[in-house]
Every structure is written in C-alpha cells, then in structure tokens.
Design a protein around this ligand. Sequence first.
Ligand code: ADP
Length: 480
Amino acid sequence: MDIKNKNLLKNSCLINGQWRESAKSFEVINPYNQELIISVPDCGESETLEAIEAAHKSFESWKSQTAEKRSDILYAWYDLIMKNQEDLATILTTEQGKILAEARAEIAYGASYIKWFAEEARRIYGDTIPGKSQDERIIVIKQAVGPVASITPWNFPMAMIARKIAPALAAGCTAVIKPAEDTPLSALAMAYLAEQAGIPNGVLNVITTSDSSTVGKVLCADDRIKKLSFTGSTKVGKILMEQCSPTLKKLSMELGGNAPMIILDDADIDKAVSGTIASKFRNAGQTCVCANRIYVHESIYDTFIEKLENRIKKIKAGSGLESDSKIGPLINQAAVDKVTRLFEEAKSKGARVIIEPEVKEGLLMSAGMIADVTHDMDIAKEEIFGPLAAIYKFSTDEEMLKLANDTEFGLAAYFFGTDPKRIWHIAENLESGMVGINTGLISNVTAPFGGVKHSGFGREGSKYGIEEYIQIKYLNWNLS
Ligand code: ADP
C-alpha cells in the first residue's frame, strides 16, 4: 500500500496499551480487486475480557484527569489525524472501496468530532436548583458513565469510531472498540495515533474479530461495560439491546434507514437533482442516510427524470484510487446480490428501467435508475445500499407524507421546495430524526445525528452528543 507512515498499517490489535498479534487471524480484503491487504488478529472471548478489564482498570484514573488534560489529548489526536489524512484516506479506500476524495472527506469529518468533543470536554456543566426547604441545597453533577463498548459498521470505518470515541473520552469514559470485520484497518490506524497523542494505556482498546457474535455477547454481558454504542443494522441492534438488558446498559443505537427524498412541484429542479445525486450516490449508495425512495411531484416528474438520468449516466464506477472514479466497488458479494435482487423484483412488478445497473468486474456496479416504483415492491421497504435510484410519483402533499412515513425506519428524510408554510408542515410531519430541506447532505458535527422508530435512538455530535456518555448525580445538601 502506498502510504508514507508505515506505522499506520497494523496487523495487531490493541489491548491495554499492548499491540498484540494472535495465533488465529483473518484476512482483510480489498473490495476493488479482492486482493489480500493484511491479516489481523481474530480475537475471541479471552482477548475481549482482557480488553474489558483494561478499560475497567484505567477508568478511575482517566475520569479523574482534569477536563483540560483530556481536552488537550483529544486535540493532539485530532492534529495527528489531520497530519496523516492522506495515508488514512488511502487505508480507508483500500479496505472499504469508496473513492479517495470521499475517504479524505471522511477523515476530516471524523476528525471534526474529535476537535468538537475536545472543546465539549471542558463544558460539561452541572446545575444548582433551588431547594424545597430553606435548609436544602440541590446540586447536579455530571459524571462519566463508565467503560463503554463501541461496535461500528464498515461503511464509515473511521468516522463512526470518531463519532463514538471522541465524546466518550471527552466525558471521561474508557472504551473497547469492535470495528467491522470488513474494515478493521482504519480503526487500528486511529488507535495507533491515539496512543501517539498520549491516550494512556487501557483507555482505548481495539478488538478485531471475524466472530462478532461471540465478542458482542461478551461485551453485552459484562457488567464492567456501562454503555454500548452501536451503529449497524436494525436486526443486529435489536439482538444487542436484548443482550444488554441483564446488565441494564445505557444504549445508543444508530440503526438502518429508508430515507425519502421528496421533490415538490415548486422546487428548484436543478438544485433538487444535485441534492439527490449527492445523497443517493455517496459511498456508492452505501450510507444509512442515502435517498432510498425518491418521490417526485407528477407535474415535474418527466423533467426531473430526464435531468437526473443525464447526471447518473456520467457517474463512473471504478477503483476508488483512480481520480476519475465517482463511485467505487460495493463492499461484498452479498451487497451486489441485494441490489440485483431489488432491481429484478421491482422490474418484474412493473418498474420502468431508465438506466440498468450493471455488475461489472468483481464488486463494481454501475449507477442505475428505475422509475414508476410503487410501495408493493421490496425496494420500497428495504435499504438498497447500492448505486440504484428508485423514483416514485405523487400528486398531493397528503399522499406524499403518507408514503414517506410508510416505513418502519425514521433516520433521514429530505425534500426540495420553496413555500415556507408548506416547508414547515412537511418538516414537522416527516417521521425521522433528521430532515434535509433543499439539501442532500445533512451530516455534520454541529448537528445531532440520529433516528426515531426502528432507526434507533441516541444522538451523535452537537451539544447533545456528550449526554450519551454522562450520567446525572444530584446532591441534596441539608444545612440544618
Ligand atoms: P451491516 O449490514 O452494515 O454490515 P451489521 O449490523 O451486520 O450491519 O454490522 C454492524 C456491526 O455489527 C459490525 O461491526 C458487525 O461485525 C457487528 N455485528 C454483526 N452481528 C453482530 C452480533 N451478533 N453481535 C455483535 N456484533 C455484531
């Protein structure tokens, strides 16, 4: 791999400040050419228990550091990440497949959470409350929740870790990270830089494994872990929630989405087309906030389709490392098979093929588009997670809101339009945690990211993000 800082490419995992290899390992494969990148330790129960013990033991001293000290260390980590941005982006593209421009943006985006929470570390304020009697003083203090476990997905191998670990460390929590088996290398590179930044031994541990179910069970069952932060599928989120119930862990669940993108008749169509492209095709359609269902008003339906088609035709699928590629490969064969299945099923039920998504060499899939999609098709219910745009027609706002909310998910929703009264009405009635109005890009550190319904709960980023990692204690001081 063409990187300057060779230390960033690890074949070992981090437990209690020790980089550990193991007898058993698993291969990390480049999704573009299916070549082996490197093998990493295949950890099991015993390594996970060691990592939990390390996080447990280091918690006392880490939470007792001054907020300023924790803040300084997070700033140092941020600086190191940005200094190594190009190498980290190369590692990310190689293991995950997304184009290099998006990988660079992900590193900067993830790093922005570390900087933000370096700032927030110093602003975890409590309250004083007027007492019930003259002799009573009531004081609220906020304390770190304890050691946390973070289980993260492959589609944002760096940013999902940053979004969880930065607030955790800022609040005084220690952590055990279990990255996705497809993309553990970004997590290990981040952990290496965290160590260089001065994060003490045991405060940050990374367990790599191909057996996520065993490691997950150990993390959920252990009472020393006080919180689980998970990003991934709704199916796995529900399993983990159940597994955490005996130990009553605090939970954050960022789960699946099925985002509607709505184009109203008074929308700026060119802006709507650009917003749709930005939302739909980021990471080759593999994000939980990608526009999954594109609803277009009947009066502009044909014009919108024509303009979108012209843009989609220009999207080149290729190696993420080549500068003219606009989308990279999908993560694995199952992802390719899923998009193909949804496309074929929709076609068989009457969807109109505007651009056929073609499976090219390996896991590369060209961008596709279908229209006249309806809610009896599987593609309306499932996350496509691939480069296929599905267009639906609507005629009234009432009908459109009903269709948009006709899903168990509620993560992101988008719409384009200009009438302020209508904008408020739609924004307030979309059942989702986040709404993009005249934009296809909604994720940034200043805003609370998270969902409702089966898309989960908990918020990442913004002033709300730190609350996921603190607990409230109230002191009742009787002066009599
Ligand atoms: P995706 O469909 O995005 O791969 P998953 O929910 O399968 O979503 O995976 C997200 C993360 O959850 C990954 O780190 C994966 O290894 C992990 N994971 C999958 N199944 C389990 C499980 N049974 N217990 C714990 N972690 C799991």
